[in-house]
Design a protein around this ligand. Structure first.
Ligand code: ADP
Ligand code: MG
Length: 497
């Protein structure tokens, strides 16, 4: 067991390891709520998307939205998880002003999805798998608003009853970096599956972050034995929706716990809040145990029974997932795993790449896409939807580069032109006078001239072969940047070696 630097925190005597488990709440991409037909539209007028069921009116009965069940199954299949043929909803009882029913319908004992896993990379670029304990479906609560008026609090029930998938990881995440990678990977998979839009600003993806620390030698025994009792007491940081703050909160919280342990005190299991303005976590409440909620099976709902054939049908219709796509791009298009990872980070960019790289040249396509196109989009703070360059233009440009019709400098000029004012790359070669000279006769003549004009340099080359580069530069200059560098190199080497 080799621990990476990023997984360790220096202590006064011994080093500690980060131990992190995430409970991610992902809003199901569904137009209506989990148990009612009310709309889930974001940003609607407060309390305009509330049915009698969501408002907890007496005598109302919830009806399961089968689309939401399907999305949870899809997500489960996307993380290689067991799908439970029978699952059940339970009531989790607690009082909160934004929870009009007085309980949340959730799944404790028999969740719809069981154990699965997600592959990530550590900061040291080592592959690792994070186990998923379960995914269960539950209702979201509403929102209490305390900062609109000095004396009155308000409640907005639009969120109430929206379907959430709670994706619970095992405590197998071992650095703030890995926590972020895990969430990004999970989000990417759900975006490919279209089961959750992953929009963290709008609250479609939030995480409760459980953090503990483990002295490094104890951790090694934990890895060998798999005995979770060896791990330290955890604190849960609630409701985080920023990757940057998640990283900061973990870093703060782990160090806080180490200070306690080293002072001979113990860590109390509790729920904490992260305050970004102070970069610290603060206690919110001591952690409730499941029995505090008096969970019991929801008497208003039947068990969810699903058929194996239905699951198989969903499985057979799954799209190609990010990991598969990445390795296929590496194999089919001969690009680096890193480039492939950048390209598949959004489905639209992956599709665009495939369209421009098929039967042209993968390496040139990746280079143009990442360095020229993404570069300009980033600079202008534009999304890929606003990309003005077409597949046809890209393919033409790639072919021009591949056939050495233009130099790499020329290709940048053409790219600039089509980015700003459109046009056909093939026609622009002539219009902008960028055709690369490949006539060996012409290039040889220039090389001869340069050699003739610089006898002193020719002498020097004999003792210092590195100076050949200087000749190549001179020839390029004389050709006004138009000669093919590959051919110049060949001829200069022939003549001077
Ligand atoms: P509970 O039901 O008490 O909330 P769970 O077993 O559901 O406990 O765990 C909740 C989350 O806490 C999971 O994501 C799990 O990985 C994480 N977790 C459990 N033990 C630890 C620990 N020692 N350190 C960090 N995270 C932990
Ligand atoms: Mg839990």
């Amino acid at each position: 067991m080799n621990l990476g630097k990023s997984q360790l925190i220096k202590g006064a005597k011994n080093d500690f390891v980060f131990v992190i488990g995430l409970e991610v709440h992902a809003q199901v991409a569904s137009k209506s709520k989990l148990f009612s037909s009310a709309s889930t539209q974001f940003g609607a007028e407060p309390n305009s998307n509330v049915s009698f069921i969501d408002a907890g009116m007496p005598g109302m009965l919830p009806v399961v939205n089968s689309f939401c069940i399907e999305q949870a199954v899809k997500t489960g299949l996307g993380i290689n998880a067991e799908i439970n043929l029978v699952s059940r909803f339970d009531r989790k009882n607690y009082f909160y002003p934004d929870l009009p029913q007085g309980y949340q319908i959730s799944q404790l004992y028999e969740p719809i999805v069981g154990k699965g896993k997600i592959a990530i990379q550590s900061e040291e670029k080592l592959p690792k798998e994070v186990g998923i304990e379960r995914i269960h479906l539950e209702q979201d609560a509403g929102k209490s608003i305390h900062d609109m008026d000095p004396t009155t609090s308000f409640v907005d029930l639009n969120r109430t009853g929206i379907a959430l998938m709670e994706i619970v990881s095992k405590p197998e995440i071992n650095s703030p970096f890995e926590a972020v990678e895990y969430i990004k990977k999970l989000r990417l998979i759900m975006r490919y599956l279209e089961t959750c839009d992953g929009n963290m600003q709008e609250g479609s993806l939030r995480a409760d972050v459980n953090v503990s620390v483990c002295e490094v030698n104890t951790f090694k025994i934990f890895v060998e034995t798999g005995d979770f009792d060896l791990l330290g007491t955890r604190c849960e940081i609630k409701n985080m929706n920023s990757l940057k703050f998640i990283q900061q909160a973990i870093n703060f919280e782990a160090r806080r716990q180490i200070k306690l342990i080293e002072a001979g005190k113990s860590v109390k299991q509790e729920t904490r809040l992260y305050d970004p303005s102070k970069n610290e976590t603060r206690p919110l409440r001591s952690k409730e145990d499941a029995h505090d909620y008096r969970y019991f099976p929801c008497p208003d709902l039947l068990k969810i029974e699903i058929k194996k054939e239905w699951i198989d049908k969903i499985r057979n219709n799954l799209p190609e997932l990010p990991d598969q796509k990445q390795s296929r791009f590496v194999d089919d298009f001969n690009i680096t795993p890193y480039d492939a990872e950048v390209i598949i980070a959004e489905q639209v960019t992956a599709e665009f790449f495939e369209a421009i790289a098929t039967n042209t040249d993968g390496k040139i396509a990746a280079n143009l896409l990442i360095n020229e196109l993404f570069g300009r989009l980033n600079k202008g703070n534009l999304s890929f939807k606003e990309n003005p360059i077409t597949v046809k233009q890209m393919r033409e440009l790639i072919n021009l580069i591949k056939s050495d019709k233009i130099s790499s400098k020329g290709s940048k000029e053409i790219f600039d032109h089509i980015w700003k004012s459109g046009g056909n790359p093939a026609e622009l070669v002539n219009e902008l006078g960028l055709e690369q000279v490949q006539d060996t006769g012409i290039i040889e003549k220039i090389v001869d001239d340069v050699v003739k004009e610089n006898p002193a340099q020719v002498d020097k080359v004999k003792s210092n072969p590195k100076l050949i580069g200087w000749f190549v530069g001179q020839v390029m200059k004389k050709s006004q940047g138009k000669a093919d560098p590959k051919i110049i190199n060949q001829i200069v080497n022939q003549k001077l070696k």
